[in-house]
Design a protein around this ligand. Structure first.
Ligand code: NDP
Length: 495
C-alpha cells in the first residue's frame, strides 16, 4: 500500500466525486436518481471504451525507439530520416498478427505486421510492412476476399482451413507467401526474433532529383528463431499474450531489441526489363541481382506507458512519405495509400492525426480544420491562396517528384509479364535452395497439420496436393502421401 495520501476521485470535469462505492438512491432500497451525474458518467463512458478493432492486424504490441543512420546513402535519397551518419530519429513500432482478433493467441500461424512510424523533421514516415518480403495477392481488389477467407465463416462464425485452402488454390499467386507461412517462419518465437520487410517496392529520390527503386529489409540482430508447430500450439494455450510479454520484459530488462536496416537499390531504368516484374508484391528481388546495402539500425528502448493511447490508437498510413521517398507502381501499395487513412477515420475518428502517438514531431501547417474531437485548430486565414500570411506550398522545393511515365488505355488486367514471371518459381527456389532439409520436413509437417483439419474436405485435398506439386514436386509428393491422396504425375494448374 502506498503511504502517500491518494488524490480525491473526480468526474472527468474535475468535480470531486461523492463516493467510489455507492450510487445515489431514495433510501437504501430505493430507485436510483438521474441526477447522480458521477455514476451515469461512469456507466456511459464505460459503454464507449472500445473503438472498433482493426479488421486486420487487430492484436498488436508496440514499443518506442529510435533509428540511427550508420551509412551514407545520400546518393540515393535526400530523406531527412536517412541523411547524416549518426543522426537519430525517434520512432514507434507496432507488431501484430493479421487474422486474429484482439484477444487471440500471439503464437498462431500467421504473418506478422511490422509497422513503423518515424517522426522525421519533414513529417512522419510510416513504413507499414510484414515479417515476410511478399504477400498473398498482387491486386488490391483481391485483398478483402483474401482476408474474408482467413477470418470467420458466415454460418458457423468459425475460422475454416477449407476456406483458406479454397482461396489459396484458386489464387496460385499466393504460393510464395503460403510457402513462408507454412514454414516455421509462420510461427516466430518472439517478435524480437523475426525480420521485417517493407515488402512493397518504393521510390527513393536524391537531392539531384535522381530516382531509384528500393526494397527495405530490417534484419533482426537477435537472430531468427521460430517455434515449431507443436511449440506454437502449446504456447497459445499456455500464454496467449506470450509475444507481448516477451517484448515488454526484454525492453524493461534493458535487453533492447535491434534491427539492422538494409535496402536493395534498383536503378530506375532497370525496372522496365528486369527479369521479374519489380512491382509485383508476390516476388522478391534476388540478392544476387541487387545486393542489400546497410543503412542504419533501429533500436526499441521504451515500453508504452498506456497501451490504448499509444498502441491501440497508433494509426499507420503508407501514404505518409516525406520528401525523398515515394510510392511505386505496385498496385497493392497504391491501394493501401487509400485504405489505411480511410480505416483510421472510421476507427478512431477524422482527427486521429492529433493524437500524441500520431502527431508529427516537426512543425505542421495544414488548412484542415474542425470535425469530431478536434483538439487544436489552425487560425485564420482558413483558406488558400490568401493575402493574409497563411502557409504557402513551397512548390520549387517540394513539388511532385516521385513520378513515373504512364500512358495507355484504361484497362482491368494483370501486370505485364516480365521474362521469368510466374506464380510459383520463387516459392520453389525458396523450398529447394534456401530451406534446409529440416526446414522442408517442418514445412511438410505444418502443411499436413493444417490440411488435415476436419474442416478440410476430401474434394479439397487433391487441390492442395496439386498446389504443392506445382511449387515443388517433392514437397507435393510428401503432402500427397500425408493426406492419402495420389500425387499427380505432372504439375498442373492448382485451382
Ligand atoms: P539469397 O540466398 O540471397 O537470400 C535468401 C534470403 O532468404 C535471405 O534473405 C534469408 O534471410 C532468407 N531466408 C533464409 N531462410 C529462409 C526461410 N526458411 N524462409 C524464408 N526466408 C528465408 O537468395 P535470393 O535473394 O536469391 O532469394 C531466394 C529465395 O529466398 C526467394 O525466392 C525468397 O523465397 C527467399 N527470400 C528472398 C529474399 C530477398 O529479398 N531476396 C528475402 C527473404 C526471403 P534471413 O535468413 O536473414 O531471413
Amino acid at each position: 500500500m502506498s503511504e502517500k495520501t491518494p488524490p480525491p476521485t473526480t468526474t472527468d470535469a474535475g468535480i470531486p466525486a461523492p463516493s467510489d462505492s455507492h450510487s445515489l438512491s431514495v433510501g437504501p432500497n430505493g430507485p436510483l436518481l438521474l441526477q447522480d451525474h458521477y455514476v451515469i458518467q461512469k456507466m456511459a463512458q464505460f459503454n464507449r471504451e472500445r473503438v472498433p478493432e482493426r479488421v486486420v492486424h487487430a492484436k498488436g504490441s508496440g514499443a518506442h525507439g529510435f533509428f540511427e543512420v550508420t551509412e551514407d546513402v545520400s546518393q540515393f535519397t535526400k530523406a531527412d530520416l536517412f541523411n547524416g551518419v549518426g543522426k537519430t530519429t525517434p520512432m514507434f513500432a507496432r507488431f501484430s498478427t493479421v487474422a486474429g482478433e484482439l484477444g487471440s493467441a500471439d503464437t498462431a500461424r500467421d504473418p506478422r505486421g511490422f509497422a513503423l512510424k518515424f517522426y522525421t523533421q519533414e513529417g512522419n514516415y510510416d513504413l507499414v510492412g510484414n515479417n515476410t518480403p511478399v504477400f498473398f495477392v498482387r491486386d488490391p481488389s483481391n485483398f478483402q476476399d483474401f482476408i474474408h477467407s482467413q477470418k470467420r465463416r458466415a454460418d458457423t462464425d468459425r475460422r475454416d482451413n477449407n476456406m483458406q485452402w479454397d482461396f489459396w488454390t484458386c489464387k496460385p499467386e499466393s504460393a510464395h507467401q503460403v510457402a513462408i507461412l507454412m514454414s516455421d517462419r509462420g510461427t516466430p518465437k518472439t517478435l524480437r526474433h523475426m525480420n521485417g520487410y517493407g515488402s512493397h517496392t518504393f521510390m527513393w529520390i536524391n537531392a539531384g532529383g535522381e530516382k531509384f527503386w528500393i526494397k527495405y529489409h530490417f534484419k533482426t540482430d537477435q537472430g531468427i528463431e521460430n517455434f515449431t508447430d507443436a511449440e506454437a500450439g502449446a504456447m497459445a494455450a499456455e500464454d496467449p499474450d506470450y509475444h507481448r510479454a516477451d517484448l515488454w520484459n526484454a525492453i524493461g530488462d534493458g535487453d533492447e531489441p535491434v534491427w539492422n536496416l538494409e535496402v536493395q537499390v534498383m536503378p530506375f531504368e532497370d525496372a522496365a526489363d528486369y527479369r521479374f516484374n519489380p512491382f509485383d508484391l508476390t516476388k522478391v528481388w534476388p540478392h544476387s541481382d541487387y545486393p542489400p546495402i546497410q543503412v542504419g539500425r533501429m533500436v526499441l528502448d521504451r515500453n508504452p506507458s498506456n497501451y490504448f493511447a499509444e498502441v491501440e490508437q497508433a494509426a499507420f498510413e503508407p501514404a505518409n512519405m516525406p520528401p525523398g521517398i515515394g510510392p511505386s507502381p505496385d498496385k497493392m501499395l497504391l491501394g493501401r495509400l487509400f485504405s489505411y487513412p480511410d480505416t483510421h477515420r472510421h476507427r478512431i475518428g477524422p482527427n486521429y492525426l492529433q493524437l500524441p502517438i500520431n502527431q508529427p514531431q516537426c512543425p505542421f501547417h495544414s488548412y484542415n480544420k474542425d470535425g469530431a474531437m478536434r483538439y487544436s485548430n489552425p487560425g485564420d486565414p482558413v483558406y488558400a491562396p490568401n493575402t493574409a500570411g497563411g502557409p504557402v506550398a513551397d512548390e520549387e522545393r517540394y513539388g511532385e517528384e516521385a513520378t513515373w511515365d504512364v500512358s495507355g488505355e484504361m484497362v482491368r488486367t494483370a501486370y505485364a509479364l516480365h521474362a521469368e514471371d510466374d506464380d510459383v518459381g520463387q516459392a520453389g527456389t525458396l523450398v529447394r535452395e534456401i530451406m534446409s532439409q529440416s526446414d522442408r520436413e517442418h514445412l511438410v509437417t505444418n502443411i499436413l497439420g493444417h490440411a488435415s483439419d476436419p474442416d478440410v474436405t476430401a474434394e479439397m485435398k487433391p487441390r492442395i496436393v496439386e498446389y504443392w506439386v506445382n511449387i515443388d514436386p517433392d514437397v507435393g509428393a510428401a503432402v500427397a502421401e500425408g493426406l492419402g491422396v495420389p500425387a499427380p504425375a505432372t504439375a498442373g494448374t492448382a485451382g
